[in-house]
Design a protein around this ligand. Structure first.
Ligand SMILES: Cc1ncc(COP(=O)(O)O)c(C=O)c1O
Length: 304
């Protein structure tokens, strides 16, 4: 069966889609992108793409930072994504990767006077982490790039060299992933996911101004916590709060909701998934598959 991608305004066979080696985005990391998930619900024979609109809203914010002109409106992006999923006829969970990129053949990093192109590919995708009990994390010796270097608020491909160093060095040292601190030494996030701590019954997460990607899942978790009556605080977090928190979990489109078992070899709580993490996680996995009426507006059905 042909697998389609969307490129240069058309749905084309993925095996024929390629980018020339002189493309600016390849030379300088000048693309902005999103990672979106679509979940297959076998009971309904339906696929639901999760919070597509919110992802494209962020894509446009990233584009603005990077001097990019969007070729499409949010509504058009949503329709293109739905159509691509439909054409690929998946009956499994899928990862969607829309990318807006600087496509001129140009030596030199300037962003202006440089064409913008757009593509999307999709791929079947299961769990990002295999750790069943929870993640073993360390605090990375790398720091997150600051807002005044490569702004983490914009999801820029070149910035992922930072995530790659954080994740790879954590792996090579035997950890699943790492918590990265901001240049000021406050907890920012994971290599490619946001972080939540439970301290005395309150859900605590880093400020949006602490050099994080402002996650769509982070926002989902905050809304679901409110629904469950769990108080939430967005505030600066010290490194040692990671060691004394009752519960810690990470979240992101790829990671979904994943409990943390230990940080720098110190068990989180009693080392087992905590009650608040369990409640939020259960609700989250029901919501993304379109099983909760109140949140069905976040789920775009793909098949008619
Ligand atoms: C650096 C970083 N932080 C956080 C996240 C989580 O963001 P979201 O929930 O929008 O996927 C991601 C995921 O792509 C990420 O790359």
């Amino acid at each position: 069966m042909t697998e389609y991608v969307f490129m240069n305004g058309e749905y084309v066979d993925a095996s024929t889609a390629s980018i020339p080696i002189r493309t600016h985005a390849f030379l300088y990391g000048t693309s902005v992108f999103e990672g979106i998930r679509a979940y297959y619900n076998p009971d309904e024979s339906q696929m639901y793409a999760f919070r597509v609109k919110e992802h494209y809203e962020r894509l446009l914010r990233s584009a603005k930072v990077m001097w990019m002109k969007s070729p499409y409106s949010i509504e058009e992006y949503c329709n293109i994504t739905k159509e691509l999923l439909k054409k690929n006829e998946y009956k499994t969970d899928v990862y969607i990767r829309p990318t807006l990129y600087k496509s001129s053949f140009k030596v030199g990093p300037t962003l202006t006077d440089n064409e913008d192109s757009f593509l999307i590919f999709t791929t079947p995708f299961g769990n990002y982490f295999e750790a069943e009990k929870g993640l073993k994390l360390c605090v990375s010796s790398w720091r997150r790039t600051s807002d005044n270097a490569i702004p983490p608020r914009a999801k820029v491909s070149g910035a992922y060299a930072n995530a790659a160093l954080i994740k790879t060095d954590a792996h090579e040292s035997g950890f699943d992933d790492a918590v990265v601190l901001s240049d000021c030494g406050q907890v920012a996030e994971g290599s490619a996911m946001n972080i939540f701590l439970v301290i005395n019954g309150v859900l605590v997460t880093s400020n949006t101004t602490d050099d994080i990607l402002v996650g769509v899942t982070r926002n989902t978790v905050i809304e679901l916590a409110r629904e469950l009556g769990i108080p939430v605080r967005e505030r600066a977090i010290d490194r040692t709060e990671l060691y004394i928190a009752d519960e810690v979990f990470c979240c992101g489109t790829g990671a979904q909701i994943v409990p943390v078992e230990s940080i720098d070899h110190r068990p989180v709580g009693d080392g087992k998934m905590g009650e608040i993490t369990r409640q939020i996680s259960k609700l989250y996995y029901d919501v993304v598959r379109g099983k909760v009426d109140k949140y069905k507006h976040w789920c775009t059905p793909v098949y008619d």
